[in-house]
Design a protein around this ligand. Structure first.
Ligand SMILES: Nc1ncnc2c1ncn2[C@@H]1O[C@H](COP(=O)(O)OP(=O)(O)OP(=O)(O)O)[C@@H](O)[C@H]1O
Ligand SMILES: [Mg+2]
Length: 300
């Protein structure tokens, strides 16, 4: 199977040519959105993919993970792209310590966007417009994939990500109420689809921080997988990211685990996840998240 192509048609498959724009989204905090996004970027870069990451979280965790300081982020950052109509995306892009991975950094002032954009027409589609302009321009270097790290809330920043994205990945941890918030996410995607033509599709749900030695984790994982598969189909990635101290140690050391501990099981899991992402994209298995059925999974 040719997983190097997003689609076999050869033509334009997304509003950005052949480029998939994937948002890591979950209203729940601490479910490994950033860790998954950053390590996926590193894993894809090792497959010679050119990756652009957009940090849309005022916590700027992805920015830090890529070794970019707050000072570096102050001139070139997502805040400028979202709030200044004439500020082109390319001006905010900085290189990272990872070959083939570039970044639009975030800083704390990104939080202001929720206030400054609120009165503006087209505020939900600001990022989509900038990405489309970027991909239409013959002057800009293109990427194979754009990964967006979202904040843990369905605010205007996440709305911009979901409106711009072609796909979304929802990381969930094996905790009770793991799927709480999914109904809201489904509602939001449907509304964005109806009102402003957003076409984001669910690429998959990634189970993270799984502890196979904990009976509760094993039970929740089984229930979660059964529920999602019976209601929607094969949306749970078969790769499961296990809980591992190596992941947070690598993060504390300022490098994604993919680079700091490339031989570790955690790095291997992220490489497997990258393979699955490419495989899913090549089949374009995603679908607009089916809202009504999601309402029933809140208690899982
Ligand atoms: N597989 C893992 N094993 C152990 N710790 C992990 C793992 N993945 C992530 N973590 C740790 O869990 C914490 C939360 O991860 P992360 O920041 O990626 O979550 P998040 O969903 O992006 O959080 P937020 O909602 O605040 O943006 C971090 O300290 C990270 O190091
Ligand atoms: Mg995060």
């Amino acid at each position: 199977m040719d997983t190097d192509r997003l689609n076999d048609s050869g033509g334009e498959v997304t509003p950005y040519g052949q480029t998939a724009v994937i948002a890591f989204v979950n209203e729940k905090g601490g479910v490994a959105k950033t860790t998954s996004c950053v390590n996926l970027a590193a894993a894809l870069s090792q497959r010679n993919k050119r990756i652009l990451c957009l940090d849309l979280d005022p916590q700027a965790n992805a920015t830090t993970a890529f070794g970019i300081s707050a000072e570096q982020a102050i001139e070139r950052e997502a805040h400028c792209v979202l709030t200044m109509a004439r500020y082109p995306l390319e001006r905010a892009i900085v290189p990272t310590q990872i070959e083939n991975v570039e970044l639009v950094p975030a800083s704390a002032r990104l939080a202001d966007c929720n206030k400054t954009l609120v009165m503006e027409v087209g505020r939900e589609g600001r990022l989509r417009t900038k990405l489309r302009e970027f991909y239409r321009s013959v002057l800009t270097e293109k990427y194979d994939m754009v990964l967006i790290d979202c904040p843990p809330s369905l605010d205007l920043l996440s709305i911009n990500a979901l409106t711009a994205a072609t796909h979304m990945i929802v990381p969930v941890s094996t905790k009770f109420y793991a799927l709480k918030g999914m109904a809201l996410l489904g509602d939001m995607v449907s509304t964005l689809h109806e009102q402003i033509g957003a076409t984001v599709r669910l690429l998959g749900i990634l189970v993270t921080m799984f502890d196979k030695k904990t009976a509760l984790d094993v039970t929740i994982y089984r229930l979660l997988k059964e529920k999602i598969e019976s209601d929607f189909g094969n949306y749970v990635f078969s790769t499961v990211i296990s809980k591992s101290i190596i992941v947070s140690e690598a993060e504390a050391g300022g490098l994604p685990v993919m680079l700091r501990e490339p031989e570790s099981a955690a790095a291997e899991a992220h490489r497997k996840f990258a393979g699955e992402v490419l495989d899913r994209l090549s089949h374009d298995v995603g679908a607009l998240i089916p809202t009504p059925s999601l309402a029933g999974v809140q208690g899982t």
